[in-house]
Write a protein that binds this ligand. Structure first.
Ligand code: ADP
Ligand code: ZN
Length: 435
C-alpha cells in the first residue's frame, strides 16, 4: 500500500519546502499585482511593491484580504486571469452571510485534486478502495474535491452527493464501500441510521472516513468511529483557497498537515493583525502560492487554530494545524462569557448524550437567554419526571463547569432534532433579529 500520494513533496525537508515556497511567492505576488487591480490597490495603499517580496518572510508586509473584501469585489474583482482561461466556479456554503464565488483554471483544479488525493492516501486509500463521496456535489466544494481526489488515487468512486440516507446505505452495503467522505454530522447520522436498520458496525466494509467542512470534537470522532467501525480522519479547507484538502489528517490523527507547497499559513492575533509565533492560538491566514483563477494573498479565514512543526510519526514534514477551535464568528458572547459550540458538544458527549443538539440564544428584558435542546438516548428515558429533571440539572452543572455559565437544558425525545446532510446548524441566535 502506498503511504504517500506524492512522497517527494510530502516528506521533503524543511529547507526544500522553504525553497519551493520562496520561489513561488515571488512569482505569485508579481502575478497578482499585474492581474488583480483590487489587490494592486491594497498593495499601493500600503506602499508595498512586488520587489519588496523576496521570500515568504516578506509575506507579512502584504495587506490582508477579508471576507468583506471578497464580498465587495464580488463577482470578478479578485479574478486572476481571463474568464476564458477558467473552467469552473464554486461558491461558499454561505454559513455566515452572502456567498463568495471562486474561479478555477484547469491547473487550479489539478492542484486541488492532488491535495484531496493526498488526504485519501493518508487515510489508507488506494486503487483497491471504493470511495463513497456523500458531500454535496454542485456549487459546494466538498463533493467535487473529494471526487477528483478519489479519481486520482484510482479508487472506485461512488458519486452519491448528500442526502437520501436509505440509498446511501444501500450503495454502501451493495458496493462494499471502504471509505466514506461527508460532513461529520452526516457521518453520525448514517451511523445512527445503520444501527436502526439492525446493522452492527462490523457489517459494513468501511475502514476509514474523511470528514470535514464543519467543526467537530474528539468526542464526536470517538462516537463516529464506534458506530461505523472505522478510523475517522479530519480534512479542512475553504472555498476561498480551493476547497477541502488544504490540510488533512494522517494516521497519527493528531492535527492536520497543511499542503505547504501550495498554501502558506500564518497565525495572527485577530484583533491587531500581528503575526504570532509558532504554537500560539490565533486566526489562520492563507496565501495561495500557485493558484491562477482566484489567487488570494493573506486571506483571513476567521478560523482559530494553532500551528505546530513537531515531528510527525507518519513521516510527513508539512506543518500541522489543530482542528479549528471554532470560527471567530462562531463564538457566542452570552452574558459576557465567550462560548464555542464545540465546548458544548464536548460536554454532551462526555455525559453520554448523542451529538444531536441545538443551541438557542435570545435576549429577554435585556438579559441573554441560553437554552440547549438535546436528545436523550433511548436508554436514558424515565417516566418519572423528577428523574428527567435531575438529569437536566446534572447536565446544566457540567455545562457550567466547562463554560462558566449555566444554560437551561431541555431534554427532548430521540429523533426530534433535525438531522443534517451537510453542515449542521447548531446555533440559533435570535438576538440578531432584535438588533
Ligand atoms: P462557508 O464559510 O460559507 O461555510 P465553505 O463551504 O467554504 O464556506 O466552508 C469553509 C469553512 O468551513 C472553513 O472556513 C471552516 O470554518 C469550516 N471548516 C472546513 N473544514 C473544517 C474542519 N475540518 N473542521 C472545522 N471547520 C471546518
Ligand atoms: Zn502526520
Amino acid at each position: 500500500m502506498k503511504r504517500y500520494y506524492q512522497p517527494e513533496i510530502e516528506t521533503a525537508s524543511r529547507e526544500e519546502i522553504l525553497k519551493i515556497q520562496n520561489e513561488k511567492i515571488v512569482k505569485q505576488v508579481k502575478y497578482v499585482y499585474d492581474n488583480v487591480p483590487y489587490y494592486r490597490n491594497l498593495m499601493d495603499q500600503k506602499g508595498v511593491s512586488p520587489d519588496d517580496i523576496r521570500s515568504v518572510d516578506d509575506i507579512k508586509k502584504l495587506p490582508f484580504l477579508t471576507k468583506d473584501d471578497l464580498r465587495e469585489a464580488y463577482p470578478y474583482g479578485l479574478l486572476g486571469t481571463d474568464l476564458k482561461n477558467c473552467v469552473r466556479i464554486h461558491s461558499t456554503s454561505g454559513t455566515t452571510g452572502k456567498r463568495v464565488v471562486a474561479f478555477y483554471t484547469q491547473h487550479d483544479i489539478d492542484i486541488w485534486e492532488d491535495c484531496c488525493a493526498r488526504a485519501i492516501v493518508a487515510a489508507g486509500g488506494d486503487d483497491e478502495d471504493v470511495c463513497q463521496v456523500c458531500y454535496g456535489y454542485g456549487l459546494f466544494t466538498g463533493g467535487s474535491g473529494l471526487h477528483g481526489g478519489s479519481h486520482k488515487v484510482g479508487c472506485l468512486t461512488l458519486p452519491m452527493s448528500s442526502g437520501n440516507t436509505d440509498r446511501q446505505i444501500q450503495f454502501m452495503m451493495d458496493m462494499q464501500a471502504t471509505i466514506l467522505c461527508c460532513t461529520p454530522s452526516y457521518a453520525a447520522f448514517i451511523g445512527e441510521t445503520l444501527a436502526e436498520k439492525g446493522y452492527k458496525p462490523e457489517d459494513n466494509k468501511l475502514k476509514a472516513g474523511i470528514f470535514g467542512a464543519e467543526p467537530w470534537t474528539e468526542e464526536m470522532r470517538a462516537e463516529i468511529e464506534k458506530s461505523l467501525g472505522i478510523k475517522a480522519y479530519d480534512i479542512y479547507g475553504l472555498t476561498e483557497t480551493s476547497g477541502p484538502g488544504v490540510a488533512f489528517e494522517c494516521e497519527a490523527q493528531k492535527g492536520m498537515h497543511i499542503n505547504e507547497d501550495h498554501f502558506y499559513a500564518e497565525v495572527i492575533d485577530p484583533d491587531t493583525g500581528e503575526v504570532l509565533p509558532e504554537g500560539s492560538k490565533g486566526e489562520l491566514v492563507f496565501t495561495s502560492l500557485d493558484k491562477e483563477g482566484f489567487p488570494l494573498l493573506r486571506y483571513r479565514t476567521k478560523d482559530i487554530c494553532i500551528l505546530s512543526r513537531e515531528k510527525c510519526s507518519c513521516g510527513r514534514t508539512h506543518v500541522k494545524m489543530t482542528k479549528p477551535l471554532g470560527r471567530s464568528d462562531d463564538m457566542m458572547i452570552i452574558r459576557g462569557v465567550n462560548v464555542f459550540p464545540s465546548q458544548i458538544e464536548t460536554v454532551l458527549l462526555k455525559e453520554g448524550y448523542t451529538p444531536n443538539y441545538q443551541i438557542v440564544v435570545d435576549r429577554k428584558n435585556n438579559t441573554d437567554t441560553f437554552d440547549i435542546y438535546v436528545e436523550f438516548p433511548k436508554e436514558m428515558f424515565s417516566d418519572k419526571i423528577s428523574e428527567m429533571q435531575n438529569r437536566e440539572q446534572d447536565l446544566k452543572a457540567a455545562m457550567r463547569s466547562m463554560l462558566g455559565i449555566g444554560p437551561k437544558i431541555h431534554l427532548v425525545a430521540p429523533k426530534t432534532i433535525q438531522r443534517s446532510e451537510g453542515k449542521a446548524v447548531r446555533v440559533i441566535d435570535k438576538r440578531k433579529l432584535h438588533d
